[in-house]
Design a protein around this ligand. Structure first.
Ligand code: MD6
Ligand code: FE
Length: 123
């Protein structure tokens, strides 16, 4: 992972009182028009207490955040380019999904769309 991404994640973690975050992996998802990510929990990491730091780049999109159970009530959040989400504490283990992008809201990416970086401490 490039050092600049590690440094960014560490700085973001510090802002949310997570002063011992060790970035070990960065998953990059690309969404074009109409593409989504289904309801899931990120629970394959060995360490489920470290937060996950997420950075949105490019088109605006809609993130859906639920609770511990798949059937829990959800809330929708508009995420814009440069927005950061920290799933830490209780929310580390909440269900969530990505509903899709709002096309043509950014020209950061050459072919449009949105990139989402999720930076994780694995163990
Ligand atoms: C997305 N985000 O924003 C999907 N997971 O495209 C996630 O699945 C996610 O934003 C864990 C922590 C933060 C996230
Ligand atoms: Fe996730």
């Amino acid at each position: 992972m490039p050092q600049v991404i590690k440094d960014l994640a560490i700085a973001i973690a510090k802002e949310t009182e997570n002063s011992d975050f060790h970035p070990q992996s960065c998953l990059i998802n690309l969404y074009r028009k109409g593409e989504k990510l289904g309801m899931h929990k990120d629970n394959t990491e060995e360490n489920l207490s470290a937060p996950i730091i997420s950075v949105s780049l490019g088109c605006t999109g809609i993130l859906v955040l639920g609770g511990f159970l798949r059937t829990d009530e959800t809330k929708q959040y508009i995420v814009q380019s440069g927005d950061v989400i920290v799933m830490g504490g209780e929310s580390r283990n909440y269900f969530h999904s990505f509903k899709g992008i709002v096309p043509n809201t950014s020209n950061l990416l050459k072919n449009g769309g949105r990139l989402n970086l999720t930076i994780r401490q694995v163990n």
